[in-house]
Design a protein around this ligand. Structure first.
Ligand SMILES: [Zn+2]
Length: 305
């Protein structure tokens, strides 16, 4: 099972952000996911491409000059830097730019080949003038604004199935007529203040595969009533039962089914789909790596012609 030669994914894990000992962010997952994808023969190594750095002018489609400048030069207030959750460094700047650049490249590639993904990102907690929850710049918001500006897209669908509600996406994208944001997430999870998405589906703690997938089928059925130019899919794997920051109880099979159903929805309707990796905080990290791998197994099983 190998992806067709034309399907490309993007990585930026050469920007290995140095973190203090014991930091809870699983930085190593990015390299491990990339390695696992090639070792499992799901994606050819030559099809995993280095994410380009996003241009400042693209990032400024969403973010304020003041905020960009502070991230560029490391002059953010200590309090605001702590909210992001990473210490500032040159590497943090480049990693954040590459994370957006990788998603923009995945969007371009999806428009040509039907599907593509970025092996990082899904930074849905980032706002125009601030970041939080390990999110510096908002990749999905930059991509959506660029598609509206450059391609005049009028029907952009954001499907966000990370266990955390995309408060940044909701704040930036929901007011835009051209974008429809759907978020299914843990009701009692971070962020505790959740600005409204176009459609929020909050789930109770310990939600099972069965209830989760029933909700998803209902969502997809409703979404099938409209036509879409592209789907931007935040495929965070933190709804997994083993996740230490999630509060839901999905199994690996349930998560695979989730991704398969979203991808099948896109493929059957010829809607290009670009994937962002999203969250995943299992201990040990192996569960997270396996779950991200399964997302791309679903891609391979549907798009491998
Ligand atoms: Zn998350």
């Amino acid at each position: 099972m190998t992806l067709s030669r034309e399907i490309l994914v993007y990585h930026s894990d050469h920007y290995d952000l140095p973190l203090p000992e014991g930091h809870r962010f699983p930085m190593e997952k990015y390299k491990r996911v990339r390695k696992a994808l090639t070792e499992a023969n799901i994606i050819r190594s030559e099809n995993i491409q280095r994410a380009p750095l996003a241009k400042k002018e693209d990032i400024l489609l969403v973010h304020t000059e003041t905020y960009y400048h502070a991230i560029e030069f490391g002059t953010l207030e200590a309090r605001d830097q702590r909210k992001i959750g990473f210490p500032w460094s040159d590497v943090m700047l480049n990693r954040s730019r590459a994370s957006v650049g990788g998603f923009l490249a995945a969007v371009d590639s999806a428009l040509i080949n039907g599907v593509s993904g970025n092996l990082s990102g899904g930074t849905h907690h980032s706002f125009p003038d601030r970041g939080e929850g390990f999110c510096v710049f908002n990749d999905f918001a930059v991509a959506a604004k660029k598609l509206i500006k450059e391609k005049n897209f009028q029907n952009i669908l954001v499907i966000d199935l990370d266990v955390h509600q995309g408060n940044g996406n909701a704040a930036i994208l929901t007011p835009l007529e051209e974008v429809f944001v759907v978020s299914m997430h843990g009701a009692s999870n971070y962020p505790y203040i959740k600005p409204s998405s176009d459609w929020d589906i909050p789930l109770e703690d310990n939600t099972s595969d069965e209830v989760y997938l029933e909700n998803l089928d209902y969502i997809l059925q409703k979404l099938s009533l409209r036509s879409w130019d592209i789907i931007l899919y935040q495929a965070g794997v933190d709804p997994l039962k083993e996740d230490k920051l999630g509060r839901l109880s999905l199994s690996h099979v349930g998560l695979y089914q989730r991704d398969y159903r979203v991808l099948k929805f896109a493929k059957e309707r010829n809607i290009p789909i670009a994937l962002g990796l999203g969250g995943g905080y299992s201990l040990p990290i192996d569960h997270t790596v396996e779950a991200h791998l399964n997302t791309y197994k679903a891609v391979a099983s549907l798009y491998n012609l």
